[in-house]
Design a protein around this ligand. Sequence first.
Ligand code: GLU
Length: 484
Amino acid sequence: MSKVRTRFAPSPTGRMHVGNLRSALYEFLIAKHAGGEFMLRIEDTDQERYVEGAVEIIYRTMEKTGLVHDEGPDKDGGFGPYVQSERMATGIYMKYAKELVEKGEAYYCFCDKERLSTLKSEVVEGKEITVYDKHCASLSKEEVEANLAAGKPFVIRQNIPNEGTTTFHDELYGDITVENAELDDMILIKSDGYPTYNFANVVDDHTMNITHVVRGNEYLSSSPKYQRLYDAFGWESPTYIHLPLITDENHKKLSKRSGHSSFEDLIEQGFITEAIVNYIALLGWSPEDNREIFTLDELIRDFDYTRISKSPAVFDYVKLKWMNGEYIKAMDFDAFYEMAEPYIKEVITKDLDLKKIAAMVKTRIEVFPDIKEHIDFFETLPEYDTAMYTHKKMKTNEETSLEVLKEMLPILEAQDDYSNDALYATLCKFVEEKGVKNGYVMWPIRTAVSGKQMTPGGATELMELLGKEESIARIKKGIELLSK
Ligand code: GLU
């Protein structure tokens, strides 16, 4: 068996779509699981779709996610160049296209736009393509040569017979056989001299010794045509693994409109890289034991591509958030604080102990922006409804709360030690003297100092952070509101 070699072959067309990142991850895992090599190839032959800065996004994402390539434009492994436009400059695609022409498996086509516009077209995967009528397939060698000598623009098309069938194998879908009549004579070399993806992927995967190709199943319908190219050259085709479609919650293809279709979107929304990678690993794949939390190393150890599912993978944003929350809980505090601090500082300008505040929310959030709604009351007391003082289980209502706040006020004014422990002791003493349940006192105090139904800490923890002056002011405000 030859060494496993996989490749991630993105086109630099913008942000890193979740589907692309999944292909990269699976390619990486297949290679690393088998002790093989993972390669990066930049597919930039579609000049119209090229986006400035997109190559940098590819490098940055791969580095951030830990999908380290063994070979690529920046790491020569002897199979370069690794950028298709640079490969084209070596003449490799034209050389192989001409070989196919010699074999009768491809032909020069000189049809101009005008003629092509009169041909039938067909919608394939949302794109309108012209079904070419083989007009130029019957040109004689002399006619072709004369046209070339006259400098007529041309493309080179694959020559697919109208009879017979073509079969190819996918690891997940098994053998797929299609009627040749259904396959169009696709363009291999475009009029600008660039190869199409359809041609370049075959030439490159073969000449770069790629053993496993993982890609979205939008390529499944073209794969018989690729298979014909492999067969025409007499090359062994790689192992194909076509991945299920990723959909949104409405079972529509995950698109930009969802607002979370790219890695960069997710980072901007406060997700942790490791959680994103973990979640994406499960978009179509599951381990035998249905475990869900994996480090990258554990994925390398456990990834088995035969367990990839064919059914569409729903991108479940709620689940990703849950997973992110699990990662946040497991993070060490310093790393957490570094990421949390900017969000905390967005809402808190007062001189408060931000680390203590961060520690309070660490187990309560799923994504970093959640922090804000948990802590905004530290900055300013929100306007609140006094109905919040009523709590059935604590046996409190507005009347009992007013009484407790009024009785506690002088005690809290007399106290100078505002540490959580000292405050807690004071409150407990009061509870005991009064002969009531803890919540009877804690609930109104916590409500008064926070103005919120839910807080990241108990009454005395909040007071410690707020300090004496602010705590007293808020309790007075509570008394004022309840006295109305
Ligand atoms: N350049 C293609 C894309 O970005 C790669 C498909 C493949 O992996 O073969 O969709």
